[in-house]
Design a protein. Structure first.
Length: 134
């Protein structure tokens, strides 16, 4: 939600006489405005996220199989949960991430070996590339 807009509305309601404050907060119009602000925020975030998600594949090695991606638009971070086929592929990915200039503040965390599938899982965290930011 857009906290600033909601806070502004709540401050205006706080200026109402006491007998009208509770009534104003319970009105369908107030609830509708809050829902509209939430939808507006979701639409803005979707517009911001779409180009990032569409282009993220060009910034990471093709050998990474992605399980999930999360975007933190406030902190401008991408968190990717993925895996590679083996330790050799992991070493190649790690070396690429340490030397690439395409990504900044790269972190590999929660590295684990799946004994049943013989794969190496990890979380990859990095800053959203500046050319993808709105």
């Amino acid at each position: 939600l857009n906290e600033a807009k909601i806070e502004e509305i709540n401050k205006q309601i706080a200026n109402f006489p006491k007998e009208y404050q509770e009534e104003a907060l319970n009105q369908e119009f107030y609830k509708s405005i809050i829902h509209f602000i939430a939808l507006d925020n979701l639409i803005k975030n979707k517009k911001q996220a779409t180009p990032i998600l569409a282009n993220i594949g060009s910034y990471i090695p093709k050998t990474i199989k992605v399980n999930s991606i999360s975007l933190d638009l406030n902190n401008k971070k991408v968190t990717l949960q993925g895996w590679v086929a083996n330790w050799l592929e992991y070493a190649k990915v790690k070396k690429y991430l340490e030397t690439t200039k395409n990504l900044s503040n790269v972190q590999l965390t929660d590295v684990n070996f799946d004994k049943q599938k013989y794969t190496v899982g990890f979380n990859l965290i990095f800053d959203i590339p500046s050319n993808l930011l709105p």
